[in-house]
Design a protein around this ligand. Structure first.
Ligand code: NAI
Ligand code: MG
Length: 358
């Protein structure tokens, strides 16, 4: 019996369109290779900044509801110089993540063979850590406002509040511990800034201490985010599962992927862990307007995100095969300009497809 998976595909803006093309080409190749075991039924959504300029919103009013019945969402990137970044990000990516309660954002940091990385380390390929980002509240709760905007004398006031709930902290921290149990190292490092953020992040720390008691088999560690930034560079071998708030993990994941070689290789999954709604898979990078339309965007982050998508659908062997094909491609030196190569998006994609067949 052929299994059908319904995919909602949202290419978005800039290189989002190019890397989603690449990722879909890979997924459709894998569908063909499955010889009828599974098929993807994909619907494309033209949501993004062009849509905004036409309709005054990034997605239709019913947009989030339209996604509910899919098995997964495959997302490119959002951001266009003609639309303010906070409008495009909140109107599309965050609207979906929060609207569908995709509360766990996982972002693996992987050192791929053949890619020049930025660490002084004897054995970079032994490094492998994963950021677990709280994806529903914290600094990205969207609570606040601007006032006194009509006053002269540049006295406008803006308030941006962070929200940390015990429920939100507990579910992401528990998720991090469960994830650590599936890994060899079995360690969770919690990152906050509770010396300066004395309410929300102290609550986070307290929940971490409480939850950790349920996982005596998992090693724990707690760091302040500034020191953790240094630790990413100086002692990456200490890291396994790193759990942090929405903002901190967002920043640390760009640092991690840059250390591993480029933002262009980093994958990510916005998981609706309870399976009430579909999860969303996307690279870590944005729409990169500086290189959009040139056919040189690195597709690896988005293709590796398709691997996370396959895993989420239960296609674990296929996910492992895809990861292996990506590693084969990078070790052959078939890489884009951001990691020192000369190959195009299409050539890298075709190489991964070729390596899937061997
Ligand atoms: P960015 O990630 O788009 O680009 C940062 C730098 O990395 C650029 O020099 C870009 O060329 C390079 N880069 C990124 N991805 C690459 C790839 N696949 N291959 C080769 N080089 C790559 O971040 P930036 O410039 O801060 O933001 C651009 C736009 O993207 C903004 O509108 C921002 O709001 C949006 N954004 C959207 C995100 C999303 O949709 N999830 C995440 C981050 C930013
Ligand atoms: Mg980011």
């Amino acid at each position: 019996m052929t299994k059908t998976y319904k995919l909602a595909v949202i290419p978005g803006d800039g290189i989002g369109k190019e890397v989603i093309d690449a990722g879909m080409k890979v997924l459709l190749h894998m569908e063909k290779q499955s010889k009828g075991a599974f098929v993807f039924e994909s619907d494309y959504f033209d949501w993004g900044s062009d849509y905004y300029l036409k309709h005054g919103r990034m997605i239709p009013e019913s947009g989030v509801d339209q996604l509910i019945n899919y098995d997964a969402i495959y997302f490119g990137a959002v951001g266009d110089r003609r639309v303010p970044d906070h409008v495009s990000l909140w109107g599309l990516r965050i609207a979906i993540c929060q609207g569908l309660d995709q509360w766990a954002n996982i972002r693996p940091v992987e050192f791929l063979p053949g890619i020049p990385h930025r660490l002084v380390h004897p054995n970079p390929e032994s490094l492998n850590w994963i950021l677990v980002r709280e994806n529903s509240e914290g600094e990205y709760s969207g609570i606040g406002g601007r006032n006194f905007s009509a006053r002269p004398d540049e006295r406008e006031v803006a308030i941006q509040s962070s929200v940390f709930t015990e429920y939100g902290c507990e579910r992401i921290i528990r998720f991090a511990f469960e994830l650590a149990r599936t890994r060899t190292r079995k360690k969770v490092t919690s990152v906050t800034k509770s010396n300066a953020q004395q309410y929300g992040m102290v609550l986070w720390d307290e929940v971490f201490t409480r939850v950790s008691k349920d996982y005596p088999d998992i090693e724990t560690d707690q760091w302040l985010v500034d020191a953790m930034a240094a630790r990413f560079v100086l002692h990456p071998e200490d890291l396994d599962v790193v759990v942090a708030s929405n903002l901190f993990a967002d920043i640390l994941s760009d640092l991690g992927s840059a250390l591993a070689g480029s933002l262009g290789i980093a994958s990510s999954a916005n998981l609706q862990v309870d399976k009430r709604f579909p999860s969303m898979f996307e690279s870590v990078h944005g729409s990169a307007p500086d290189i959009a339309g040139q056919g040189i965007a690195n597709p690896i982050g988005t293709i590796a995100s398709a691997g996370l998508l396959l895993d989420d659908l239960g296609l674990h062997d296929e996910a492992a095969k895809l990861n292996q094909a990506i590693r084969q491609t990078t070790s052959e030196g078939v890489v884009t300009r951001d990691i020192g190569g000369t190959y195009t998006t299409e050539e890298v994609t075709n190489s991964i497809i070729k390596n899937l067949s061997t």
